[in-house]
Design a protein around this ligand. Structure first.
Ligand code: ZN
Ligand code: ZN
Length: 346
């Protein structure tokens, strides 16, 4: 059954899909300005402007209507008087108003297409595997690069260039390189900080291949570490292995997250691990399901998630270790296979 037919079978009323990744998932059209109307009987109409018209016209499963640049304003007129389910996570307040003003009754819904996207099919898994292999190759090469004396920005650019040379069409997100005290913040932006000896350097990077993302973090040491940093690394690795061991179909997102906290909390560093364990990855770098203390998600075979605990010590340094995994019938398989024993670089 096609993705559109599967979606239709889940619908009680007409759904207006406006999230670009959802439109792409359902039709194959990559557009920043498109809307897809799906009826419960499976009929589907795609609306987009001139720039995407030629591609849209060639899609076989959907009818196509070319619109002006403001797709929603035009659609609102066509849908006047109807009750239409909309994607509450994506539709803006302005877009909602446009519909209401035109006489549409929008009904906010959440996660309908996202729930489908959370379980990957073979073609999607193949693309994610290829994306992960690209980053594996680049991490292996990076481990032979000179770190000290270079800035975080220089290293980040080296990584981005190598990812593209290895086949990525882009990066899943801006590459993170965070050295020394800069590594004490989970989402630090690479800056002009020069990497120095005896620091931990967090490198978080992902490749996009055929529209699908990979995501991998490794933390490197630039020379012999203080006892505190060496212990933090071992503790983070323990937590990461505990998290991986808890991933299996039927496991709750919050339970997998909790498994990764046991060792860190026992060491008195619970507060230094201030983010969730992981997130789903696919067409978007953050999607369902999530592994966080408040997660209601339950893992299923075919989910692709990250497992990425971190320990952040203000003023001192930080460590994060992240793998991308696919949930199998009895556990998980790592897609990012580059080694996790502490690697010392120059
Ligand atoms: Zn990451
Ligand atoms: Zn991640």
């Amino acid at each position: 059954m096609s993705r559109l037919d599967r979606l239709a079978s889940r619908l009680a009323e007409t759904l207006l899909v406006t999230t670009p990744a959802n439109v792409r998932y359902l039709t194959g059209l990559e557009s920043s300005n498109a809307a897809l109307l799906v009826e419960p009987d499976g009929e589907a109409t795609l609306y987009t402007d001139f720039r995407y018209a030629e591609t849209a016209r060639r899609l076989d499963r959907v009818a196509f209507v070319e619109t002006r640049r403001n797709v929603l304003a035009e659609l609102a007129g066509l849908l006047a008087g109807r009750r239409i389910a909309v994607e509450a996570e994506q539709l803006t307040v302005a877009g909602f108003d446009t519909l209401v003003t035109a006489g549409v009754e929008p009904v906010p819904t959440q996660g309908v297409v996202l729930a489908m996207r959370a379980v990957k099919d073979d073609g999607e898994l193949d693309a994610i595997r290829r994306a992960a292999r690209v980053s594996d190759r680049v991490f292996a090469e990076l481990a032979r690069e000179q770190f000290t004396g270079r800035t975080e920005r220089e290293l980040a650019w080296w990584i981005e260039r190598r990812l593209r040379e290895e086949g990525a069409t882009g990066t899943s997100f801006d590459v993170i390189v965070a050295a020394g005290a800069g590594a004490a913040s989970p989402h630090s932006h690479p800056g002009d900080r020069i990497v120095e000896p005896r620091q931990l350097v967090i490198v978080d990077a992902g490749a996009v291949v055929d529209g699908y993302c990979s995501d991998c973090t490794r933390t490197f040491a630039t020379g012999e570490l203080s006892e505190q940093l060496a212990a933090a690394y071992e503790l983070c690795l323990r937590a990461q292995l505990d998290g991986l061991a808890a991933v299996c179909p039927g496991a709750q997102g919050r339970a997998v997250d909790a498994a990764s906290r046991v060792a860190i909390e026992a060491a008195g560093l619970g507060a230094a691990y201030g983010h969730g364990l992981g997130h789903g990855v696919g067409l978007e770098i953050h999607e369902a399901p999530v592994l966080r203390p408040e997660s209601e998600d339950v893992l299923e075979q075919g989910n692709v998630v990250t497992v990425e605990p971190g320990i952040y010590l203000p003023g001192v340094g930080g460590v994060r270790i992240e793998d991308l995994v696919v949930v199998t019938d009895d556990g998980c398989e790592r897609l990012t296979t580059f080694g996790k024993e502490l690697i010392t670089v120059e």
